[in-house]
Design a protein around this ligand. Structure first.
Ligand code: CAA
Length: 257
């Protein structure tokens, strides 16, 4: 892999993916996104991994889709390249995925962070959808996910003016989970991933799927979907172990079975 570094067991049961195009502020070119898709698929299929942290570097999580790669494209070129089918696959990652964001998370970078299930940010993080400033608009989910996360008025302002928000604003708007000093953002994200990795990976996967379903359906169908997944957890050994451990007043030892 040229543009990402993948460490499957960076910590027990926790994988780390680091975007690695530092000179370009981790601009998301087609190859990087393809590598990311393949890495996430491999980690999804790796039974030793129960949670994944996605990060950039201190200066940039990612400064957006690669503008230089897109600058001379026509609509038909973009249609044929179909870059967002890669994003669709990334969205289908079944294991919990946490973004550890420092510095710029702009355009596709903000959209990639929002594609993750949770966001831990450093105090230096800046979030924005500045596509309007280069004559386009968000294309990887920004108008939808940002609006659902922070509401119409704030999303309109960010998308129509291109203004950035800092980590504290992002936290108060409900876009992210935590803000910590820059020295701690990665450790904090790994800590959150480790907490999740101690749970039943089957229950975590089914719960993630049910929460995501809430964005795509009405309440009645969402509750029905949740119930089916809840019942499904009862077919796992982890359910037996979790409930038995509670009764025996000991810590559960989940096997992901
Ligand atoms: N694409 C390609 N290259 C990029 C880039 C991007 N999105 N963002 C930064 N770079 C490159 C710069 O061109 C520069 O390269 P050179 O040294 O070869 O000139 C290098 O990264 C460092 O960037 P700057 O010198 O600009 O760094 P800065 O600290 O002065 O500014 C910044 C940082 C404010 C993030 C600025 O780089 C910037 O505005 N970047 C573009 C942000 C943007 O518009 N993102 C949206 C992209 S479109 C999109 O994402 C569509 C979608 O929804 C999928």
């Amino acid at each position: 892999m040229d543009f990402i570094n993948v460490t499957p067991n960076y910590q027990p049961h926790v994988a780390l993916i680091a975007l690695n195009r530092p000179k370009e502020l981790n601009a998301l070119n087609l190859q990087l996104m393809q590598e990311l898709k393949l890495a996430l698929q491999a980690l999804d299929n790796d039974d030793t991994v129960r949670a994944i942290v996605l990060t950039g570097n201190e200066k940039a999580f990612a400064a957006g889709a690669d503008i230089k790669q897109m600058a001379d494209k026509t609509a038909v070129d973009m249609l044929k390249i179909d870059q967002f089918s890669t994003w669709d696959q990334i969205r289908k990652t079944r294991k919990p995925l946490i973004a550890a964001v420092s510095g710029f998370a702009l355009g596709g970078g903000c959209e990639l962070a929002m594609t993750c299930d949770m966001i831990v940010a450093s105090e230096t993080a800046m979030f924005g959808q500045p596509e309007i400033k280069i004559g386009v608009m968000p294309g990887a989910g920004g108008t939808q996910r940002l609006t659902k996360a922070i509401g119409k008025a704030r999303a309109m302002e960010m998308v129509l003016t291109g203004k950035f928000i800092d980590a504290h604003e992002a936290l108060s708007f409900g876009l992210i989970n935590k803000v910590v000093p820059v020295e701690m953002y990665l450790a904090e994200a790994l800590n959150l991933a480790t907490q999740i990795a101690q749970m039943s990976p089957i229950a975590a996967m089914l719960a993630k799927e049910a929460i995501n379903r809430s964005f795509e359906t009405h309440l009645d169908e969402g509750l029905h979907f949740e119930r089916k997944n809840f019942y499904l957890t009862f077919s796992s050994e982890d359910q037996t172990e979790g409930m038995q451990a509670f009764v025996e007043k000991r810590k559960p030892n989940y096997q992901g079975k």
